[in-house]
Design a protein around this ligand. Structure first.
Ligand code: PLP
Length: 418
């Protein structure tokens, strides 16, 4: 009986599209989750070091966020509000201003472009092109900015680009930090193309960058490289867009991942953990003087996800009124780095804050490590152009014991697959 049940195709296989992906890496059916742990329908616990691809920085069903959400729903608070003004949106905007923008003296307007990360990137692209009247946007090797056509045109990964079905245009790729192995001065190629009227590069509207490339293999840009990029953008009259969708909201320590470099981008995209609870929400932030939108020019039905505003406000109130979370994240970076450096010469670690990558020689080994980790009760996924990097994104709220437990399981998985 059990045997038949196990070999019969599931409804996921017969009804759901072949496009499904993460469920193939983690072949079980999840039922509930709390803190850093998910439980499948048989009650088996899994330590979650993927955190909804970075959308659960504060863990699953965090009680400090769940209570206000339940109160809001219990009081018949508005759940869908288009972009009407609501009390939930007002509280979010006021709290975002007082906890995030004002303490950092950031001169940004806030736009709600639609609830996913790629929506924010599309809005940033449209705005940069509208403000400058130019078409080309520069992105970097191994970048990932989303799967809609504008964002995909900025993305490096060949497999993902192939899914577009149409030419991906009006973008140019430049080498990310370390791409040329430190053999050339930073931005040598980029500057040369910009100054040479014979280079074929149209004057770009903007440059878009991730400070740490999450999907691209946890490639960490140096602070001086980011400062050099900001300076280049200023000198050459290009807008600087930082895509902080995966690395923002405290993932690298500070609320914004670019704070360490001391730069102020012209445009910033945020999504994933901005709602704090895994509810879809997305922001495009830009300098006040760039706010040249006509009313409704970038419209969308799901821009006013009010339950997400409620949990986002609670998140800022709980975690970003002081530097406690930031300091804890930076302390834990040292713990993770030390543990990963123990894993031997064939597993090369890199990261910042609580995003770490472990690079193996090939994707086969990295996938085997993730498979073994799953069998041992830990969720981790691969990234990088050849899937050769095991990526760690534990919730920032992970306890010290959970962090040690997860790192221990990872070490066993690495040893087992050697
Ligand atoms: C840096 C970055 N930008 C954009 C996106 C796209 O976000 P979404 O999947 O919500 O569209 C992602 C998603 O992983 C991302 O990591």
């Amino acid at each position: 009986m059990t045997l038949i049940a196990e070999t019969e195709p599931t409804v996921f296989e017969t009804v759901e599209s072949e496009v499904r992906s993460y469920c193939r890496a983690w072949p079980t059916v999840f039922e509930r989750a709390t803190g850093s742990r998910l439980f499948d329908e048989h009650g088996r616990p899994f330590l979650d070091f993927f955190a909804g691809a970075g959308s659960l920085n504060y863990g699953h069903n965090n009680p400090a966020l769940k209570r206000p959400l339940l109160d809001y729903l219990g009081g018949d608070g508005i759940t869908h509000g288009l972009d009407m003004s609501t009390t939930a949106k007002r509280r979010f905007l006021e709290t975002f201003r007082s906890t995030v923008l004002e303490p950092r003296a950031l001169p940004y307007k806030v736009m709600f472009p639609g609830p996913t990360g790629t929506n924010a990137v599309e809005a940033a692209l449209k705005l940069a092109r509208k403000v400058t009247g130019r078409k080309t946007v520069v992105s970097f090797t191994n970048a990932f900015h989303g799967m809609s056509l504008g964002s995909l045109a900025l993305t490096g990964n060949a497999g993902k680009r192939a899914g577009a079905g149409v030419p991906l245009t009006h973008t140019t790729q430049m080498p990310f930090d370390h791409y040329l192995g430190g053999r050339t001065p930073d931005f040598l190629w980029f500057e040369r193309l910009l100054e040479d009227s014979g280079s074929g590069l149209d004057h770009p509207a903007a440059v878009i960058v991730e400070t740490v490339q999450g999907e691209g293999g946890v490639n960490v840009a140096r602070a001086e490289w980011l400062r050099g990029l900001a300076d280049l953008c200023r000198r050459r009259d290009m807008l600087l867009i930082v895509d902080d969708i995966q690395m923002g909201c405290g993932r690298t320590g500070d609320f914004f991942s670019f704070e360490e470099a001391g730069i102020t981008p012209d445009v910033v995209t945020l999504s994933k953990s901005i709602s704090g609870y895994g509810l879809p929400m997305s922001l495009c932030l830009f300098r006040d003087e760039l706010d040249v939108w006509q009313p409704g020019e970038h419209n969308g039905t799901f821009r006013g996800n009010n339950p997400a505003f409620v949990t986002a406000t609670a998140t800022l109130d709980t975690y970003w009124r002081d530097g406690t979370l930031r300091d804890r994240t930076l302390r834990r970076a040292a713990t993770v780095e030390a543990a990963l450096r123990e894993l031997g010469p064939d597993a090369v670690p890199r990261g910042r804050g609580l995003v770490w990558g472990l690079e193996f020689e090939d994707g086969e080994r990295a996938r085997a490590v993730c498979r073994r980790a799953f069998e041992l009760g830990l969720l981790v996924e691969t990234s990088g152009p050849r899937d050769e990097v095991v990526k760690l994104l534990p919730p920032l709220t992970v306890t010290d014991d959970e962090l040690d437990e997860g790192l221990g399981i990872l070490a066993r998985a690495v040893r087992h697959t050697a």
